[in-house]
Design a protein. Sequence first.
Length: 617
Amino acid sequence: MATRRLLLAFKRFLQTSPSSMSSNQELAAMIVKTLKLSGIKPFENTPSLLSNLNSRVTHLVFSNPKLPPKSCILFFKFLQGNQSLTSSKPGLHAHLILVFRLYRARRFAEMRNVLNSVAMDDSLRWSVADMVSMIWDNWNEQKFVEKFCDILFRVYVDNKMFDDSGGVFEYMVKSGLKIDEWSCLSYLTALKKCDKTEECLGFFRRMVESGMEITVYSMTTAIDALCRKGRVEEAIELMKEMGGQGIKPNVATYATILHAYVKRKDSKRIDEVLNLMEKDKVCHDAVTYTLLMSHYADFGQVKDADKLFDEMRERGVKVDIQVYTTIISCHCKAGNLKRAFSLFDDLTEKGFVPNAYVYGALIDGLCKAGQVEAAEKLVIDMQSRGIDLNPVVFNTLLDGYCKRGMIDESLKLQAVMQKKGFEPDEFAYNIIASGMCKLKQHDEAKRLLFEMVEKGVVLNSVNITTLISIYSREGNFNEANRLFREMKRKGQKPNAITYNTLIGGYTRKGKMKEAYQLKDEMENVGIMPDEYTYTSLLHGECICRKIDAAMKLFNEMPQRGLVPSLATYTAIISGLSKEGRSHEAHRLYNQMISAGHMPDERVYTSLVSSLHTSGSQ
């Protein structure tokens, strides 16, 4: 009843009060009374109650100490969201009044929301100096000014309005206002995420110059920005420079630098960073241990990875699911499946729930070992735990099937993928196409890749390389070269595999001139010929019965830091044997055994035939 009487009184007031009379205070009082008694609902139901609203009335409503801040916010949001009251939207002064009241009530999150409205409205976004001047005219409180500037700074950062953020910072420095380092840290982080490395580094330098207190967290953010760009040496110099100013790196700082060097696979630099950590008495945490284990795994140094894993547990460093995933993946890559599954059992016994990454590593290990049936059982176990298959696991299984020559099974799996809503990507298509190529099903492989294009999947460099391989094996070098040129025209830079694929095609057909031209092109674009390149070339020379040229290539390999593989030895021994140069063939056979390569039937056949070739030496 009280609400109804109030509304009737409100309507009578609107009907009897001419708009020209100085009744702003009375209207504001009526609004305040309504808000206190009935909240915002009467205005939502009858927006016409606010037909005489103007900025002065809004100002008076927000200023009224009898109206709680919570009611102020409700009224503010109502005015913001009501399209029919656009002309009565709160002005900057009303916003600042509301901000001050929220500050006094220590409602900083809502204060931030109101300032966000200011930041996003061009008509309200005055310069920080002008807004602060208005604040000083009304409230002579330095702490409020500092809080206002700090929150406004963060609001600009949240909206990626970096020039405005910088303007607030410079104003605060110039005015001698206290600056919160955590606010500056949010600015550094936002710049880093937006790939603005120079701006991030520049702002960090400005923080240091301003004389504000800097912690290791801000320094680490600037260092991370440099490391993400591969500027690790600069990052280390910055770390040393700040160390001279009393800001010592912590484990997160070192983890950032280690991560950059692990990505580069730079063992020498990693050792240097570990020495610095030891010198600074910074102990490893789970992140640095995981990074180092991952690094050792990349180089097949499983014992070193295991040693770190044991050291972690001895030191009481918390071993999480990420650590288990890394060490399990390490053993899977090395083919130590027994140890990998032992760690998997340990993981579950410790109460960890295996995730898709752990299963993916185990399934990949099984597929690489040719144990596809065991991988299938693991997939069933994975699903029984409520972990659904993802594209990576699907592609891993596809690869396992194709390596076993089980193309029909891979195509069935592809159909299952589609039923589950996973459209095969360019990698899935390439896995099956490559499997078909190994079975010499070249037409089927081409058809599959063309089907992929028809479905709207864009060919990537891997797919194009597969097609180049198919056309090269067919002797269709016009089409192979067309794809190679198109690849470069579209900005997809050919890698060593692409070059080697085309070189291999030429050498198999005895087209040595074209093969050497490609080798020269490789080097000119900064791609160093590898063991496969040399093996293809010397094999081609052997096919052309130019065994001295082949031997020259073979002897050049160690000079370029390349180690001959079993395929390299097989090709050169076969070439020497066909020319009856059995003494040299046997010498290389002994060298091959010493290098740890196990000869296959082709090598033995070549050696025997060399003894019966005329002119054998």
